[in-house]
Write a protein that binds this ligand. Structure first.
Ligand code: DGL
Length: 277
């Protein structure tokens, strides 16, 4: 592996751009190849076998482009497939569940932690397990919120209808007296303000993105794989779906993350025709 190879980041859709953005902010010299499987999103209501098989296809594609690390920036794919994916590639494969659990435990004042995610993520119990591995006496409440990913994928990130849907979806957790809530789906940080209003200011919201980006930095440093080249990195976005939608989402993502202003991002719409390095 060479240090100037890119980092491959994968999500079922556009939500993983939140993780890609955190990596780009923490490690501004790194090149990122991002794949959003928007044609087959959402993964969250599919069978585990399907999620494993789709994840392999996408990671095979990114690996063939010559990445030095793979980041599964999708909670659903991490929860369903990480062990199978880790043994498949000779490069480090990082997920988002353990970093999210670590960040939540560090932030929690009373060990009353909520987790929201897709049906597959919540059914897997992966967050609960990771939290309890670190803090055995934590109390964990988990809730699947299947209506939220479609909102984000449609670009509905704010407004009255979104506020109402988020309040409705989170209602079972609003009376539990949580101190911390894990946004256990990469799409949810794009609704962060709405979720905070629904839960109230007493609840700390945790996304895996920052902690995952720190882990990416730690692992690359330990392998002497941090990029040293001095010319600015060019990021590439791949989508299996509508390139227009990906372009619009990426544009919004870049304007949200000021550290990335001026970064060069190329959109490669046709993943079958993507150039290899
Ligand atoms: N990005 C996925 C996750 O983090 C959620 C979207 C989906 O259901 O595909 O869980």
């Amino acid at each position: 592996m060479r240090s100037d190879q890119p980092i491959g980041v994968f999500d079922s859709g556009i939500g993983g751009l939140t993780v890609a953005a955190a990596i780009a902010e923490a490690l501004p010299n790194e090149r990122i190849f991002y794949f959003g499987d928007t044609a087959r999103c959402p993964y969250g209501d599919r069978s585990v076998d399907e999620v494993v098989s789709f994840s392999r296809q996408v990671l095979d594609f990114l690996y063939a482009l010559g990445v030095k690390m793979l980041v599964v920036a999708c909670n659903t794919a991490t929860a369903a497939a990480l062990p199978a994916l880790r043994s498949r590639y000779p490069v480090p494969v990082l997920g988002v569940v353990e970093p999210g659990a670590r960040a939540a435990v560090a932030a929690s004042s009373r060990g009353r932690i909520g987790v929201i995610g897709t049906a597959v993520t919540i059914r897997s119990g992966a967050y609960e397990q990771s939290i309890k591995n670190i803090m055995p006496d934590a109390q964990v409440w988990s809730l699947a919120c299947p209506s939220l990913v479609p909102l984000v994928e449609r670009g509905e990130w704010s407004g009255q209808a979104v506020e109402e849907e988020v309040r409705r979806a989170l209602a079972p957790l609003r009376w539990v007296d949580l101190d911390t809530l894990i946004l256990g789906c990469t799409h949810y940080p794009l609704l962060q303000g709405v979720i905070q209003r629904a839960m109230g200011n007493g609840v700390r919201l945790i996304s895996s993105a920052e902690e995952t980006s720190r882990e990416v930095g730690r692992v690359l440093a330990s392998l002497c794989l941090l990029r040293r080249a001095t010319e600015p990195p060019v990021h590439r976005l791949f989508t299996s779906g509508d390139p227009e939608r990906m372009a619009v989402a990426a544009q919004r993502w870049l304007s949200v993350h000021h550290a990335l202003e001026g970064a060069r991002v190329e959109l490669v719409a046709d993943w079958a025709a993507a150039p290899t390095l």
